[in-house]
Design a protein around this ligand. Structure first.
Ligand SMILES: Cc1ncc(COP(=O)(O)O)c(C=O)c1O
Length: 376
């Protein structure tokens, strides 16, 4: 059986967890959390990093930080994970969905300005598959209308837009370290704060609405309830695991790129034959090899291909039902049709992709796909 994902352990995860346990402090913001923060701040120039228990939590913190209130509007792609929207819906926002680009699942920045109203408060670009959205256009619209930009960088670790690390461009950004991502800690995430105005309050919101972080730094003589907040910080056990991964980031990225290139090269013949469409990378984006996907001709073909691969013990997946058509949101959605988003929902297929995918197994997956199309 070739699964879709297999979490990769670099070797030191449990050693570092033992160290964290032996240190006598396993709640949050200990040695390993600080090491992870420093790693990201130094490598990518992020102004301030705060580990969270998930990307979902980081997005929820962002929604609180920009003071989303009942009736505020937030623009984001419909082709995304539920958390992108949920974080803002929880605070009473109305979600205004944008369509995806014709060539990539990223939101079409050219359609955003027409969606801005006096109630718009933020734009949330999602860097799908770790490939950058058109950030210059998005930031220009945000500046023109005085909007916040929150990058959903769940899939975008170690990826760049015109040389700038993803996660460093918006006012705030959210990363995921869920076990399906390049760098993992089981569940896990991080809020990146690029605008100094948010730093103090972010620490408070993450610590249940208290000024506990300032207290531990000796900046106040007692701590108490000063704002709304929740328990968004992960334990040292999670941070220790994550730090072992970060020490091996370059190796992980190199291996993932090899897997990605091999799929791309081997399946190019199907694109040339007009059977499938391979991922397109805009000229401003890098490829962080987060996932390998391709587009089939239609839903029926994708279903048949999935059934065929599964019957041969290979487990691909598809994802994202357009959120504007989701059971939860469709009743309240009043916007336009979003044909590109719906198209990706129907025809995008993700292949098994993980560090330890063997050459033999990858060959098997490729051969099966070639056979599926050429035996038709
Ligand atoms: C685009 C996007 N945003 C947010 C999330 C939520 O991440 P987490 O599982 O860390 O909460 C995901 C998870 O896959 C995602 O793909």
């Amino acid at each position: 059986m070739i699964p879709f994902n297999k979490p990769y352990l670099t070797g030191k995860e449990t050693k570092y967890i033992e160290e964290a346990v032996a240190s006598g402090k396993i709640s949050g913001d200990g040695i390993f959390t600080k090491k992870c923060h420093a790693f990201f701040e130094e490598k990518y120039g992020f102004k301030k990093c705060l580990l969270t228990t998930s990307c979902t939590d980081a997005l929820e913190m962002a929604a609180i930080l920009i003071d989303i209130k009942e009736g505020d509007e937030v623009i984001m792609p419909s082709y995304t994970f539920v958390s992108t929207a949920n974080a803002f819906v929880l605070r009473g926002a109305k979600i205004v969905f944008a369509d995806s680009e014709a060539d990539t699942p990223n939101m079409d920045a050219g359609t955003i300005e027409s969606l801005v109203t006096p109630k718009t408060k933020a734009i949330v670009p999602v860097h799908y598959a770790g490939a950058a959205c058109d950030m210059d256009t998005i930031m220009a619209i945000a500046n023109k209308y005085n909007l916040y930009v929150i990058e959903d960088a769940a899939q975008a670790v170690d990826s760049y837009y015109k040389g700038k690390p993803l996660g460093s461009i918006g006012h705030l950004s959210a990363f995921s370290f869920h076990e399906t991502k390049n760098i993992i800690s089981g569940e896990g995430g991080m809020l990146v704060i690029n605008d100094d105005r948010f730093v103090k309050r972010a620490e408070i919101i993450r610590e249940k609405g208290t000024n506990r972080s300032a207290f531990f730094r000796g900046e106040v003589d007692k701590y108490g309830w000063v704002d709304i907040g929740s328990s968004f910080l992960p334990s040292e056990i999670i941070a220790a695991f994550l730090y072992a991964q970060l020490e091996n980031l370059d190796d992980i990225q190199q291996r993932r790129r090899e897997i990605w290139e091999k799929y791309y090269t081997a399946l190019s013949v199907l694109e040339k034959g007009g059977y499938i469409k391979l991922p397109v990378l805009n000229e401003w984006a890098t490829n962080n090899a987060h996932m390998f996907y391709f587009l089939t001709s239609d839903l029926e073909e994708r279903d048949r291909l999935i059934t065929y691969l599964r019957s041969n013990e290979v487990f691909p997946v598809f994802h994202y039902l357009s959120l504007h058509k989701s059971p939860y949101y469709k009743k309240q959605y009043q916007g336009n049709d979003l044909p590109n988003s719906d198209r990706y929902s129907d025809i995008l297929l993700r292949l098994p992709f993980f560090y330890e995918l063997s050459a033999e197994h990858q060959d098997k997956i490729i051969d099966l796909i070639l056979k599926f199309y050429t035996d038709k």
